[in-house]
Design a protein around this ligand. Structure first.
Ligand SMILES: *[C@@H]1O[C@H](CO)[C@@H](O)[C@H](O)[C@H]1NC(C)=O
Ligand SMILES: *[C@@H]1O[C@H](CO)[C@@H](O)[C@H](O)[C@H]1NC(C)=O
Ligand SMILES: *[C@@H]1O[C@H](CO)[C@@H](O)[C@H](O)[C@H]1NC(C)=O
Ligand SMILES: *[C@@H]1O[C@H](CO)[C@@H](O)[C@H](O)[C@H]1NC(C)=O
Ligand SMILES: *[C@@H]1O[C@H](CO)[C@@H](O)[C@H](O)[C@H]1NC(C)=O
Ligand SMILES: *[C@@H]1O[C@H](CO)[C@@H](O)[C@H](O)[C@H]1NC(C)=O
Ligand SMILES: *[C@@H]1O[C@H](CO)[C@@H](O)[C@H](O)[C@H]1NC(C)=O
Length: 444
């Protein structure tokens, strides 16, 4: 045993001499890379941390066109143009002149960005028990995590739970209705300002969920249509090319819903983000080449939420793109003919069930029928009702005078609408059938 110890001691000495030699020979840049942040080893300016596999890098940066401000962020190390995927101090930039800022593990274990005067600029606000020591490090997928100690399996905090404007493969976007935790992608204010809050993208809590981009937190700007267990019905491109890489896990028992995507090709890097103009994009790079856009929305004017108003339908291959649903006329002919379609359309003839107040006659509904539209992005405000078949679904809609439309989707079941029918887009292929309630000719 003693012999062995001696031998180890000897080779360790040799090794450290070798390392010393190596470091003195390599360019300075080599030494500015560290692998983790510990209480005794903060990340100083000029240093970066690289993820295992060398895909991601964390450090200080200034956005293009904004040389005065400095942030701590994560970006793809070698793919151009540089894509920052996460920012710590989005709302509180450091002055560029401040060159002694550091990202550190504070005394209570929080991950904290301090300026040159040691004032806290940003903190993850998660402390650790006083007798343990935290470390912050990268996982392979670009998730920057804080652990109680570097070897621990669990993490106390992870950047993936707090997305900036970018969803990376294996990040989860959605919510946990029990804990009330919900996350969004939130766009940068502009290309030079990572601060937030004009455009948000996230999942809706309804059944089934949709992906929605909101302006100012509440006004929808674009929506995907409901998830049918393999794709979003309002994203026709999902049909062929991207099937399967996308997931929406809805766990009714746990009250959780998460959207995510994954990549099957190791040579492809990809991310989804929301631009400062509110455009949701899926971007990829093959073999480390420059980024390319794979898909984006909204793209055509018909993708803009409610482009043709209530009871209007939009088809980008036609001119004009807006028309009223069958049985409806423009609410204001004057505005409509001027090209202002936001007021939408109104019903030409009252429904049979509406004009017959005698419930037992009205409930028979035998003079209302349905008009079928094909290949549509289903309207907003769907309600899921349990129904055994398409015929059953039709009957349930017909028997309820508040029901304005229905559809029966294979992987979902029966969806009905009882509010204004809004944001219907007609595609040339893909999409779904939609059945709109109308008074039949004989009932007039
Ligand atoms: C952790 O310590 C910092 C000062 O280093 C303090 O500002 C912060 O409030 C503390 N946070 C918690 C959660 O205790
Ligand atoms: C941490 O706490 C401070 C003070 O309450 C707050 O201003 C800041 O937004 C919090 N940081 C994060 C990342 O939640
Ligand atoms: C940390 O301290 C508490 C009491 O202060 C003790 O119960 C616990 O076992 C300690 N944990 C470790 C890992 O030493
Ligand atoms: C969003 O908010 C800004 C500032 O309050 C306002 O100027 C803008 O009109 C709003 N946009 C929409 C679509 O509500
Ligand atoms: C469009 O029409 C609506 C009513 O249908 C009206 O409130 C709005 O002001 C009009 N917009 C423009 C730009 O004329
Ligand atoms: C409603 O219609 C049924 C069936 O036609 C009829 O028996 C009943 O008297 C009507 N009720 C009223 C209040 O008109
Ligand atoms: C009719 O539909 C409305 C809207 O979906 C619903 O609130 C109501 O309970 C339904 N009525 C019946 C009798 O099913």
């Amino acid at each position: 045993m003693q012999m062995d110890t001696g031998k180890e001691g000897f080779s360790a000495l040799n090794f450290s001499i070798f390392i010393l030699l190596l470091f003195s020979l390599l360019p300075l840049q080599c030494c500015s890379q560290v692998h983790d942040i510990t209480p005794s080893r903060p990340l100083a300016e000029g240093q970066t941390i690289v993820s295992p596999g060398n895909l991601f890098e964390l450090g200080f940066f200034s956005p293009n066109n904004s040389p005065a401000n400095k942030y701590v962020g994560i970006w793809y190390q070698n793919i151009l143009p540089r894509k920052v995927v996460w920012v710590a101090n989005r709302e509180k930039p450091l002055a560029v002149a401040d060159t002694v800022a550091s990202l550190r593990i504070s005394r209570n274990g929080t991950l904290e960005l301090v300026d040159g005067k040691q004032n806290s600029v940003w903190s993850n606000n998660v402390s650790v028990p006083s007798n343990s020591s935290a470390a912050a490090l990268f996982l392979d997928d670009g998730n920057f995590v804080v652990k109680v100690n570097a070897g621990a399996a669990d993490h106390l905090w992870e950047s993936f739970d707090y997305p900036s404007d970018t969803l990376l493969p294996s990040m989860l976007l959605g919510f946990d209705s029990k804990s009330g935790e919900r996350n969004f992608l939130s766009a940068w204010k502009s290309e030079s300002d990572p601060s937030t809050r004009i455009f948000l993208a996230g999942l809706t809590p309804e059944v089934p969920s949709q992906l929605v981009v909101w302006i100012n937190g509440s006004t929808p700007n674009w929506r995907s249509g409901p998830w049918d267990k393999s794709k979003f019905i309002g994203v026709p491109e999902m049909d062929d090319q991207y099937q399967s890489g996308f997931y929406l896990d809805e766990n009714a028992q746990l009250g959780t819903k998460y959207f995510s995507f994954s990549l099957f090709e190791k040579t492809v890097a990809a991310y989804m983000d929301i631009s400062s103009e509110g455009v949701l994009k899926l971007i990829y790079s093959k073999h480390g080449e420059n980024w390319n856009t794979f898909w984006e929305a909204p793209k055509s004017p018909c993708d803009n939420y409610g482009a043709c108003g209530p009871f209007g339908a939009c088809k980008s291959s036609e001119s004009p793109i807006c028309k009223c649903l069958k049985g409806f006329v423009p609410k204001s002919l004057e505005e409509w003919s001027k090209g202002n379609r936001t007021g939408g359309c109104v019903r030409k003839t009252k429904l049979f069930c509406e004009s017959n107040t005698n419930q037992s006659v009205a409930l028979r509904g035998n003079d209302d029928g349905f008009w079928k539209m094909s290949n549509v992005k289903l309207p907003d405000f769907h309600e899921y009702i349990s129904s055994l078949s398409a015929e059953n679904c039709r009957r349930q809609c017909l028997d309820n005078c508040s029901c304005l439309a229905y559809t029966y989707v294979n992987n979902i079941g029966c969806l009905v609408w009882s509010k204004d029918i809004i944001d219907v887009e007609e595609f040339s292929s893909a999409g779904q059938d939609l059945f709109i309630r109308l008074r039949t000719e004989s009932g007039k």
